[in-house]
Design a protein around this ligand. Structure first.
Ligand code: FAD
Ligand code: PYC
Length: 417
């Protein structure tokens, strides 16, 4: 029985010099057979496992992770959470996720540090203003709290914004979502892992899936670095590794791997209490609770799989920040890293069945899947448990590319991704 984190348990452990804390999740031994095998211990895989057990009573489940929990894109992102998407299908999915995020700390008994501090998408060109006007209208129809604000109001939120924005990229207004914000990325992975493990899910780290085992049209299990595992259902939730794993059962996934970087500054006193995204200059920034500025920009022009990224994008992101906030020019940057993201052509995820029976995928989250983790986990778990796509997941099926029912969110990130 996992102990609840509480003020009382903190006080008790402080008296015992913190020697009594138990590991957040069990180090499970791999078994020969599971009802559901989830490949990938990122946020989406772990959330799926949690909701399968919690909401649908499916507990004979394992999550196989080739490295460590959250070591993929989930632990590498800039943690922006928002639901101001353009298409109704996306607003349903990201809106559900956003609502679940707001109660996640209480739901999982683990502080995921969700902070609905407000989010601003700057409009600095005529095109951007048209685009965010369209999004604001769509959001209003759908009941998402997001609207246009004029330049004076933007400046009230951002007193450090450059006074003279110049004629190339003037300040024309912004899309404002007051409930938008951030959460601690590692905590989201750890919280789902802990809660899922507590409900009986086996979480197995350092276990790489090397291919699928098939029998006719059926997928019957996975080959792993620790031996074969049989499965009633296999769910591949492995970001950019989804395509090669699916290919081992003859399934081709329309995914492209791309490198996306982030960097953080030295910590400074609180100076920025909203999240800012600026497409024209290719940058976004928020201030973490530690005081560091968390900064990102566009994807690298070359893809590499080192999870490091190349210098030109760092320079571009730093330059974007200095154009927006000249005061940041004197800050030192402390560290930088990258993730390998899985892009689809319409910039929307793929959730659903593939060709073979009982092979499901949840991937294609690209540069924007952190914000979706709770909603995606819930609807995917419902789909796996019931053997048919949840209504919110259904439009994101793989066959939308064959049938031309794309869900175009190319402008959603506000930064060219
Ligand atoms: P991952 O977290 O990558 O998890 C997949 C897991 O599968 C990994 O842990 C990997 O090790 C494992 N795996 C791979 N192959 C195998 C195998 N063969 N066997 C077993 N396990 C395997 N999104 C936002 O919403 N807001 C943001 O601000 C944001 N900023 C970002 C900034 C950066 C720099 C990056 C890189 C991404 C950003 N994203 C953002 C995107 C977001 O991080 C991802 O969309 C999201 O984390 C995807 O989660 P996932 O669980 O699908 O993938
Ligand atoms: O999807 O909001 C987003 C995002 C911000 C930074 C990277 N992705």
């Amino acid at each position: 029985m996992t102990r609840r984190y509480s003020f009382l348990s903190l006080a008790r452990e402080a008296l015992r010099r913190h020697r009594g804390w138990e590991p957040a999740w069990r180090k499970a031994d791999l078994r020969d057979h599971y009802d559901v095998v989830i490949v990938g211990g990122g946020g989406h895989g772990l959330a799926t496992a949690y909701y399968l057990a919690r909401e649908f009573g499916v507990t004979n489940v394992c999550v196989l992770e080739r490295g460590w929990i959250g070591g993929g894109n989930t632990g590498r992102n800039t943690t922006i959470i928002r639901s101001n998407y353009l298409q109704p299908e996306s607003m349903a999915l990201y809106g559900l996720a956003h609502r679940l995020y707001e109660g996640l700390t209480q739901e999982l008994g683990f502080n995921v540090m969700f902070s609905g501090r407000g989010l601003i998408n700057l409009a600095q060109t005529r095109h951007e203003l048209d685009q965010i006007t369209r999004i604001a209208d769509a959001n209003k129809h759908f009941g998402i709290d997001s609207w246009l604000i004029p330049p004076q109001e933007v400046r009230q939120h951002l007193p450090l914004l450059a006074q003279d924005m110049g004629s190339r990229y003037p300040l024309l207004g912004a899309l404002y979502q007051p409930r938008g914000g951030t959460a601690r990325h590692d905590a989201v992975a750890w919280a789902y892992a802990r809660a899922a493990s507590h409900l009986g899910v086996d979480i197995v780290e350092n276990c790489a899936v090397q291919g699928l085992i098939t029998n006719g049209d059926k997928v019957t299990g996975v080959k792993t670095s620790r031996g074969n595992v049989l499965a009633g259902t296999v769910a591949i939730v492995s970001a950019s590794a989804t395509a090669p794993i699916a290919a081992s059962a003859g399934v081709r996934m329309p995914l492209r791997a791309q490198t996306l970087q982030a960097l953080v500054s030295e910590p400074i006193k609180p100076c920025l209490d909203v999240v800012v995204m600026a497409g024209a200059v290719h940058g976004y920034v928020s201030q973490s609770d530690k005081g560091e500025l968390v900064i990102g920009g566009g994807t690298d022009s070359q893809t590499d799989h080192t999870q490091r990224g190349a210098p030109p994008r760092i320079e571009e992101s730093a330059s974007a920040m200095v154009q927006l906030f000249p005061a940041f020019a004197r800050l030192k940057m402390m560290r930088q890293w990258a993730g390998t993201v899985d892009m689809t052509s319409d910039r929307s995820p793929i959730i659903g069945l593939t060709g073979p029976d009982n092979l499901w995928v949840n991937c294609g989250w690209g540069t924007g899947g952190f914000k979706a983790i709770p909603g995606s986990g819930y609807v995917f778990a419902a789909s796996l448990a019931n053997g048919r796509p949840h209504p919110i997941a259904a439009p994101f099926a793989l066959d939308r590319f064959r049938d031309g029912r794309v869900i175009d969110e190319e402008a959603a990130a506000a930064v060219a991704h």
